[in-house]
Design a protein around this ligand. Sequence first.
Ligand code: NA7
Length: 544
Amino acid sequence: MSAAQSNGVRQKGAIEELDALIVGAGFAGLYQLRRLREKGFSVQLFEAGADVGGVWYWNCYPGARVDTHVPLYEYSSEELWRDWNWSERFPSWEELRRYFHYVDKKLDLSRDIRFNTRVSAATYDDDRKQWVIETQDGRVVRARFFILCTGFAAKHYMPDIEGLEQFAGEWHHTGLWPQEGVDLAGKRVGVIGTGASGVQVVQEASREAAHLTVFQRTPVIALAMQQRKFDEESQRQMKVGYPEIFRKRRETFGGFEFGPIEKSALEISSEERHAIYEELWAKGGFHFWFGTFSDVLTNEDANRTAYDFWRDKTRARINDPALAEKLAPTDPPHPFGVKRASLEQWYYDAFNQDNVSLVDLHETPIEKITAKGVQTSDEEHELDVLVMATGFDAVTGGLTQIDIHGTQGATLKQAWANGARTHLGLASTGFPNMLFLYGPQSPAGFCNGPTCAELQGDWVIACLEYMRAHGLTRIEATASAEDAWGKHVSELAEMTLFPRANSWYMGANIPGKPRQLLNYPGLPSYLERCNESATKAYEGFVLN
Ligand code: NA7
């Protein structure tokens, strides 16, 4: 008898019954689908988009590319990497989509995926220990386990700016970019927001637009990407080291193959420090962020040395000193690295071009959007295309936008009204048999998607297998474990400088969102705690 049959999977009336329903066809969801199917669970995946790829389906704006280098940004199984070659160290969304198609085809995943199917509501039926899950188009399924793989950026954030509906041009949020693309060539383009998405779209628009106006509230601290092209031969050589890289990533803070330098930035001479910063800079990507001195993210003086190095490097590229002060201020807008670092290639150089201008929103705030463009306190900026690069209701938004009813009368949104509460960043009291990946109080935004999808995902798969083997049908996080986990994450947060910025890491980019560190800092200690719970028969959960 298959596991599916033993769990009573069948068509009952019009309602399909499954062992597990997965939401989201990004790295985490596809990994769950593959593994659970291999283990004999009856499983389906619902995806709101028309294709696989998760964030890379929705964020197809010009210049969108990942800022974690490969091979870390891919699945670790040799069966998948052996025949796949990347053309760049930091691949574009187009290449990432091709990768997702390759994975889909190789593993034959799509046959269990319903595309264009947005999960809108779910209610736990405690009598039958099943979730009753509804989709926007009226479909209903029952599943023992409800596995949410909605990623950190499933809900885009649109600030409440007066007059947007009057704008006569085209406007788009980067996270909901039209699949058919938007032609920026020869247009007057405005970009609001200078986070990772803003930086990328600015770079492309600066090369195409007749004029580009960048509306900056907080200057971004963008690091040198040091992009590189790969050919087949360089990929062949790199692959010799892949197994070691995939092994190492579980041992480092951010799931990279490198960790911090176990030294204070302050214990060496300024010359030695400078030389090390130069080395990290030349390596590119996140080396300057997660591969730096161990106290840069915890000690303000150490942090300032990193900021000053970045500032001087950056200002050297900007011709106009007044503009340099706005883009890379003498004093940091917040400690370095406590807002998500972005990677850039020619972002700062673009501001030397005649067709690019910067509007400092601290000096001249946006008053409203008009039919012609953006009205700031001193000028109406006329535009043909307005790009909203204003970010996401990150980590929790993708979960709480689903109307999820648990056992205690409250929806998930209500239960988390004062901040997300979880045990191990995987489950929440009152919502039995609901597990979420890349969610709040897990490494999520401090780790890259594929790494978390596998390492955290393995815990979920092992848990479901354990339950099946022991004839258990219900798992729920205890309130005391949840309290302890929340306290633990807050204590970790207090040891760092992360609470010092109004970032999405802290939920602080969304008006009214409770302030809390949404990500668990430190993948190895996170995995240790997850494994400890599992080896103690899932300590912190009630199983029956
Ligand atoms: P981010 O990093 O949240 O950036 C959003 C940007 O939008 C940021 O510069 C904000 O300024 C700006 N913003 C937000 N609201 C407004 C208003 N009302 N007016 C002007 N400017 C505004 O989102 P991204 O999409 O760039 O990146 C998200 C993640 O995706 C990134 O961290 C990577 O992990 C990939 P602020 O800084 O709040 O002053």
